[in-house]
Design a protein around this ligand. Sequence first.
Ligand SMILES: *Cc1c(COP(=O)(O)O)cnc(C)c1O
Length: 430
Amino acid sequence: MRRTLSRSAALQARAEKYLPGGVDSPVRAFRAVGGNPPFAIRGEGAFLWDADGNRYLDYFGSWGPMILGHAFPPVVEAIRAAAANSTSFGASTPAEADLAELVTLAFPSIEKLRFVNSGTEAAMSAIRLARAYTGRKYIVKFEGCYHGHADGLLVKAGSGVATFGLPGSAGVPEEVAHFTLALPFNDVQAVEMALEAHRDEIACILVEPVVGNMGCVLPAEGYLEALRRLTQQEGVLLIFDEVMTGFRLAFGGAQEVYGVRPDLTVLGKILGGGLPCAAFGGRKEIMDLLAPLGPVYQAGTLSGNPLAMAAGLATLTHLRTHRDSIYPQLERLAAAVVDGVTAEAASAGIHLTANRAGSMFTWFFTGEPVKDFASASTSNTSTFARFHRAMLENGIWLPPSQFEAAFLSAAHTMADVDATISAAREAFRA
Ligand SMILES: *Cc1c(COP(=O)(O)O)cnc(C)c1O
């Protein structure tokens, strides 16, 4: 049964009249995989329906937030109830401290936090805070890590930037990029050398503790511990960007899994239960530098929005209550789908390297182990594009780029996993 995408194609053509590329976020345009992007109309649990009525098993989960699946009833109900009392006040509401408290229970390294509207804003603000706290200008990030699209962070930024083969972004002044040092991930020596070359000049090291934005790449044994030790020695703040990994790898994120405590943490995605919401937080003495207590300015008209707080509270409450069943189930099903598809590739003679951390994973079309951006870049992106198109044709919607992580939700079942493995078998034989 061939799927038609005629309505989606018409909607895309219309959107292109008014929106650059027809989209509000570049990777949605499917440029890396070709073909028309399906227009989403409805989601329920692990499934999406497009404008032509085609059904898809969803493996991108809105790029991470939908860990409980689409239209999860308690989340929908919480949003409905909050909306009935107004969608925004611009004044404090009780739900902000409620959600903040839940975050501190999940992340013992966070004593205080501030809510913002996107991961971009949160990472940008965390860096401003780190610079104010240390009185230093330079920041260290890693090649292939994405921390949103703030000027100083679009240096070797993985994700969409990697998908489009851009070295960075036009429109970022050299003078701004100058203060960003981009080092290879998983290379302790590179960090030691940078700290040595810029002694007393580096404010923070910002890292995705498990990278999602060059595809899924895990930290080597002892790597995060080494970052913690070196930053402590040099008076540099360690910032974990857990926008993707927070509440995903475990309720307490990668820092719970690896047992490493950063100074500051950036959260987003799952935090807002699918509504625009993110946060940055950490030690009290650092966070209290924020206005109105301190000299670091940061603000937001819609920050702590009541609908986002309600969706976040419903999501985190459910995850916390059911953590002992949800995370092991995610682990089991994600292992089954990743191993199953990898075995199909092997029997079809296709080079595939699978990286997985809990329910986030990437099938890299390369025979090499993938441990940093250079090795991720050895992937055959045209083979990936063919695979992506074949899977979509079979009703499996993977993230439309080799350099993105796929996600499983708590709504996925073993039957869904089996259907995915069968679809992959067909795709590899085609
Ligand atoms: C998605 C993501 C961001 C950016 O968040 P937005 O809400 O898209 O601005 C930042 N860091 C990481 C690790 C992400 O995965």
